[in-house]
Design a protein around this ligand. Structure first.
Ligand SMILES: C[S@@+](CC[C@H](N)C(=O)[O-])C[C@H]1O[C@@H](n2cnc3c(N)ncnc32)[C@H](O)[C@@H]1O
Length: 277
């Protein structure tokens, strides 16, 4: 994350007085145009963050570097991005840590990839699987615009359910429609103690994923949850939840890779164990 005065080539977030947001890449001599007037990039380059400028039509703009959450919501999209509340929860509950080797699918617009790269740090590694070439190209542009050239990220243009090439990985994160098809490849790729996590929009998909994990034999501690975030307005006497909120995004399912062996029981065996004798 850059600090100090804005430099040419960096991204800036322009927030107008109505809180409309615009992501711009600063280039000497260029201008930002909207129906609220024009701002010159040169008025921003060389300035510290947090300045307020007026457009040629008098609109006030606050200028800041975008946080990661702001960037993922404003960056160009190919596929639907994962929302910041889910990115935060997923990275924490899947326990993505500095130095970890993480495989994810699909890269989509790279919102999750950006969060994972931050969590694994310079010593970790992220490998993204993606089936669609057009989404992959968009995603790589989004990554480069935010992070520049990366040595600890690689992309495989492949269907992850057909197999994961990596072995002894620490974490597997899936934002694809059929994560249950990756339970067996995931068991082959994850190290013992590793974590499988998936994110799907419907509870039917979550159920299918959870049942595949419970029935496999190489996974334990399967749990499913969703994250609700209700923003509040606090302004004078008006102290209440906002009238609008993002009511639903997706469900997260997490499981631990355990050692399969003679003592390992499947969910069906565990369910019938209590009834014996
Ligand atoms: C919802 S988007 C992922 C969004 C991404 N996580 C983000 O936050 O920007 C789902 C992506 O998965 C890809 N995909 C679907 N099935 C796949 C599979 N079996 N293997 C690899 N990629 C897959 C799709 O092409 C799409 O780009």
């Amino acid at each position: 994350m850059a600090v100090g005065p804005f430099e040419a080539g960096e991204q800036a977030l322009l927030i107008d007085q109505r809180e409309n947001r615009h992501l711009v890449t600063l280039r000497p001599g260029e201008q930002f145009h909207s129906d609220r007037g024009i701002l010159r990039h040169d008025e921003i380059i060389g300035q510290e963050e947090g300045l307020t400028l007026r457009s040629t039509l008098g609109t006030r703009y606050l200028v800041l570097r975008p946080t990661l959450a702001e960037y993922v919501l404003e960056m160009p999209r190919g596929a639907q991005v994962m929302y910041p509340k889910d990115l935060a929860a997923l990275c924490f509950w899947a326990d993505v840590y500095p130095g970890a080797t993480v495989v994810e699918a699909g890269i989509g617009s790279a919102a999750l990839t950006l969060a994972l790269l931050r969590a694994v740090g310079q010593t970790g590694r992220v490998i993204s699987y993606e089936t669609r070439d057009d989404f992959a190209k968009r995603a790589l542009k989004n990554l480069e615009a935010r992070l520049g050239e990366l040595e600890n990220h690689s992309l495989r243009l492949a269907d992850i359910s057909e197999g994961i090439e990596e072995r002894e990985i620490d974490r597997l994160l899936l934002d694809i429609p059929e994560p249950w098809r990756v339970v067996s490849p995931g068991a082959d790729a994850l190290r013992p103690g590793g974590i499988f996590a998936c994110y799907v929009p419907t509870i039917i998909q979550s159920q299918q994923a959870a049942e595949a994990l419970q029935g496999h034999g190489a996974f334990a501690l399967v749990e499913t949850f969703e994250v609700l975030m209700r923003p509040w307005q606090i302004q004078g006497m008006s102290v209440r939840p906002f009238h609008r909120m993002v009511a639903h995004t997706g469900f997260i399912t997490i499981a631990r890779r355990v050692q399969s062996g003679p003592g390992t029981s499947t969910a069906v065996e565990r369910a019938t164990e209590g009834k014996k004798g």
